[in-house]
Design a protein around this ligand. Structure first.
Ligand code: ATP
Ligand code: MG
Length: 630
């Protein structure tokens, strides 16, 4: 991999020269005078002195060459709605939305909170905000009023854009009552609410505060709202992390660095070209939705497919049917979604003509080998793992096939991406680990490359305190993930730094124990956490969702399965790794983004307060744990 190795080395050792070249991938109103100002570490300012606009680069820039090509393909299997917007039509809709925002008093620098289901209007709203320099803050539509209220207070938006309801599995999920409740709970209620009425459910309108999108759109049909040229560092948006390890953090992103980073990633990592079609199954409420449903593909001149619905409705092959219908070339999803598909008939993977598809990218959590193998065999396409965080905005570890075709290795997301000076540190001594197969904390030496967080919204101090460590002469950003690098330079993510269990002095990764337990034929999903123990310091506890739980109401059957699992761990890893208990749950506690809430399980086991649970999907399993431990 010589070509990539020198590309990477240049990004680290000739940082400014490298990124000056990448900056050519986007349009500038005023080109930058300085590539990177790192005079106040760990804060990095990228493309200082430049002016550009994210919406211009995603939409307007394409109007000369491909005005009539598809830009946004919207498909809802919930409502049956299916519509394709060309770049010209998308531009019209975004300008109408921008005019509406202005008519409601939104000005440059104001925050606009977007609490919406997966509807095309949500994409118009995001693009309209960045068009006029308003800072959007998308809050995942599945969150309830408490989570929403805390985000309203943090962002203090002048406007909230929402809808009457979402729909999930054919069931209408009203949004408006939750929004009204959140606003009444919040200390800084917004002046206005813009409502997209999908006609799914009636809702209460607050006079003087609530406005109707369709009526205002009618008034602004011919709106022309030019892009506002923004300084490179002007914030484009804020977005909260998933809250897996604690209170969500409000990540703040800039304008120019993010635009350049996405344009570069589309070329070097995703290898996407105008005329191709990108289908990311994420939600606009997450970072993948920001970078790779909305901005990245559009910046590259690709069409993006925005999908509302489940992967299993109306049938388990619906994604592949969409790939066939729209000639999708790139797909992006998460291991958790693939595990859902794994429960479907594998024949569905080969039922449709998916010859247009080049690769499936997966991110968000560790991709275990059985899941990767299953989907790779079923689709016959490359499966490309990529590792990153809300904070970074684009992949830290993956393969850069656009620079040089590179093999993927199962279990590894890949190698450090250009711009990320990735290192492994010994978590006790803080020393850098340079040898192969040494386990350490994955860190990035500052400055972080373009596209990463500028700071945490309104809290520079928390930004520095949370992520950064200063070692004499340099600043180091911690990912809080634990990893190892093999002799070829491929990294393996072993779990979060708080996922290490210390049993009587033996340090064990929870992921290793989980993988061992997963190999039992009746285990569908498993979580292992370390729980405080007077004698041993910590012991491992395992929480298992059985594939076939029909017999497990019977205590004897539970004991038998628990014994089998313990024996399995004994034989594969040794008795120190054997969980003290194996409890059976109907599902695992996860965030709405599908991440395992280990810290909450651990807290419940240690009879502590589980902390911030605003992002939990379903609290039932925590109750099941409490009941079983009682
Ligand atoms: P919080 O920071 O609020 O606790 P979070 O870390 O879950 O939440 P995200 O930014 O959505 O929020 O997730 C990033 C994390 O997801 C990474 O730090 C890593 O732990 C995990 N992750 C993402 N992609 C991968 C991957 N390909 N392989 C392994 N782990 C991954
Ligand atoms: Mg995190």
């Amino acid at each position: 991999m010589d070509a990539y190795a020198s590309f990477y080395q240049r990004s680290i050792h000739d940082r400014d020269g490298f990124w000056r070249e990448q900056a050519q991938l986007i349009d500038w109103h005023v080109p930058p005078t300085q590539v990177c100002d790192y005079s106040k570490p760990p804060f990095a300012r990228w493309f200082v002195g430049g002016q550009t606009n994210l919406c211009h680069n995603a939409v307007d820039r394409h109007l000369n060459d491909r005005a009539d090509q598809p830009a946004l393909i919207y498909v809802s299997t919930e409502t049956g709605h299916e519509i394709t917007y060309s770049f010209a039509q998308l531009s019209d809709e975004v300008q109408r939305m921008a005019a509406i925002l202005q008519s409601l008093g939104v000005k440059q620098g104001d925050r606009v909170l977007i609490y919406m289901p997966m509807v095309a209007e949500a994409a118009f709203a995001m693009l309209a905000c960045v068009r006029i320099g308003a800072i959007h803050s998308v809050v995942f539509g599945g969150f309830a009023s408490h989570a929403l209220a805390s985000r309203i207070d943090d962002a203090s938006p002048v406007l909230v854009i929402s809808a009457d309801a979402g729909s999930r599995g054919g069931k209408v999920v009203p949004y408006k009552p939750l929004l009204d409740e959140a606003i009444s709970l919040s200390k800084l209620p917004p002046q206005s609410v813009l409502m997209v009425d999908r006609g799914l459910t009636p809702f209460h309108r607050v006079d003087g505060r609530d406005h109707d999108y369709a009526a205002l759109r009618q008034q602004h049909l011919n709106a022309r709202v030019p892009c506002v040229w923004l300084a490179s560092e002007h914030p484009s948006y804020t977005l909260y992390t998933s809250g897996t390890t604690g209170k969500p953090k409000g990540v703040q992103r800039d304008t120019a660095g993010y635009t350049v980073a996405l344009a570069a990633s589309m070329q070097h990592i995703f290898v996407g070209k105008p005329g191709e079609v990108y289908f990311s199954t994420s939600d606009i409420g997450w970072v993948v939705g920001h970078s790779y449903i909305i901005y990245g593909p559009l910046i590259a001149g690709m069409a993006t497919l925005m999908y509302e619905g489940l992967p299993t409705r109306p049938h388990g092959g619906v994604w592949w049917e969409l790939v066939e219908k729209y000639r999708v070339t790139h797909m992006f999803s998460a291991p958790t979604a693939v595990r859902v598909l794994k429960k479907q008939d594998p024949a569905l993977l080969s039922k449709y003509d998916i010859s247009s598809l080049k690769a499936l990218y997966l991110a968000g959590e560790p991709l275990d080998e059985p899941t990767a193998q299953w989907i790779a065999d079923g689709l016959g396409k490359p499966i490309i793992d990529n590792y990153w965080q809300t904070e970074t905005g684009w992949p830290i570890l993956t393969v850069a096939n656009g620079v040089q075709p590179m093999p993927s290795k199962f279990g590894s997301p890949g190698v450090p991406m250009y711009g990320f000076h990735v290192k492994l540190l010994n978590d006790h001594t803080g020393e850098e680990l340079t040898g192969a197969n040494e386990k350490g904390v994955v860190v990035v030496e500052g400055p972080l490359p373009p596209g990463c967080l500028q700071t945490l919204w309104g809290d520079d101090e928390r930004f520095v305190k949370t992520y950064w460590q200063s070692v004499p002469g340099r600043w180091v950003y911690s990912t809080f993930d634990w990893g190892v690098r093999d002799a070829d330079g491929y990294f393996y993510i072993l779990g979060r730094t708080d996922d290490v269990i210390n049993v009587a002095g033996h340090r064990l990764g929870t992921r290793e124990i989980e993988e061992s337990i997963s190999s039992h034929p009746n285990v569908a999903e498993v979580a292992v956490v370390g729980v405080a123990d007077q004698l041993k310091g910590q012991v491992a506890m395992a929480f298992v969702v059985a594939k076939d739980s029909s017999g497990l109401a019977d205590a004897g059957a539970r004991l038998k399965l628990e014994g089998e699992i313990m024996k399995l761990v004994d034989s594969q890893l040794g008795a120190v790794a054997r969980p003290a208990r194996v409890l059976f749950l109907s599902l695992l506690p996860k965030t709405r983004s599908g991440k395992l809430l280990r810290r909450a399980i651990q807290a419940v086991c240690e009879r502590r307060d589980p902390g911030d649970l605003t992002t939990i999907d379903d609290p039932t399993p925590l109750q099941q744990i409490k009941d079983q431990l009682a």
